[in-house]
Write a protein that binds this ligand. Structure first.
Ligand code: Q46
Ligand code: ZN
Length: 300
């Protein structure tokens, strides 16, 4: 198979685009794709100070690499979730990348906010699933670090597969509010920083290939709590559809982007007020982070 761009020997076939590419051209192809996504969806402007949420996995480290290569000023933020070995190994990968590239990386530790407790203990004490607690804590700490550091925007490494599996799950249960809020860019609102997802049009497989050809050292292990999650189930169903009809995921997501305005009209936006505890915007009197802290720390 020949590379569609240079005619050399292709190392990867991308059935969704009906092309084969060599390593060098794959890098160019994905760089251009991200550049166009940023432009078309108006995700970032030149000169903006970007905080990239780094998990130590292929997507976030590749996103960081791509933004730097595209000339953006991008610093990393690693949140230590306190999930044993997994967190330790992920941190090593994040630190390794930052050192190799000579770029800034902030590290925020969940345990410092919860008197020594990590996500597994917080979840147990709160009587909730680890992922629901983790999502809430990560969103809050990410925003706090971004605000404190004077960043304009937070970028996350959600890829096409993440977005379509979330979209499918939202559609299957007709989560109208969630659908209305699902977007590649969430605008800033007072205490909430703007958030963008520049990899929404790049598949998981493409990002893994990018990380490999760029020599990015990332954590291969998945978080122990991701086993058996519904998002993995949806991803596997979507992979079967993709195998049968290449391009299905991209088509599904691009169709969603085109029709989002219809959903916006039906999604009810809750009114937000500053939290009485910390000032973070919330539909309630006290934000869910402060409520979680109060509940969990009472039991320490
Ligand atoms: S890190 Fe956190 Fe994920 Fe682990 S506990 Fe769940 S949400 S699976 S992205
Ligand atoms: Zn609060």
């Amino acid at each position: 198979m020949k590379c569609r761009m240079c005619g050399g020997k292709a190392v990867i076939k991308l059935p969704a685009h009906n092309i084969g590419l060599c390593s060098e051209c794959l890098i160019l192809f994905l760089r251009r794709r991200v550049e166009r996504t940023i432009k078309r969806l108006r995700l970032l402007s030149p000169g903006e100070k970007i905080l990239v949420a780094i998990s130590g996995g292929k997507d976030s480290l590749s996103l960081w690499d791509l933004l730097l290569e595209l000339g953006y000023e991008a610093e990393g933020l690693y949140i230590d979730l306190g999930i044993g070995d997994y967190s330790q190994k992920s941190e090593e990968k994040a630190v390794g990348f930052a050192q190799k590239r000579g770029v800034g990386l902030q590290i925020v530790r969940v345990k410092e906010h919860f008197r020594g407790l990590g996500i597994p203990e917080i979840a147990r004490r709160a009587g909730r699933a680890p992922c629901s607690v983790c999502g809430l804590v990560k969103r809050y700490l990410m925003n706090q670090a971004g605000k404190k550091g004077g960043f304009d925007v937070i970028a996350t490494g959600h890829n096409l597969d993440d977005e379509v599996s979330f979209l499918l799950s939202n559609l299957l249960s007709w989560q109208r509010e969630s659908l209305a809020r699902q977007a590649p860019s969430l605008p800033d609102r007072q205490s909430l920083l703007r958030k963008v997802k520049p990899l929404v049009l790049c598949s998981e497989r493409e990002m893994a290939a990018y990380a490999f050809v760029r020599g990015i050292d990332y954590i291969l292990d998945e978080c122990p709590y991701s086993q058996g999650s519904t998002s993995l189930r949806y991803k596997s169903v979507l992979n079967k559809l993709e195998e049968h009809s290449p391009g299905t995921k991209l088509h599904f997501y691009q169709g969603f982007l085109k029709n989002r305005s219809l959903l916006k009209m039906t999604g009810e936006e809750p009114e937000l007020h500053p939290c009485e505890g910390c000032g973070y915007l919330t539909p309630a009197q006290i934000c869910s982070f402060c409520r979680l802290r109060e509940r969990v720390l009472q039991k320490v």
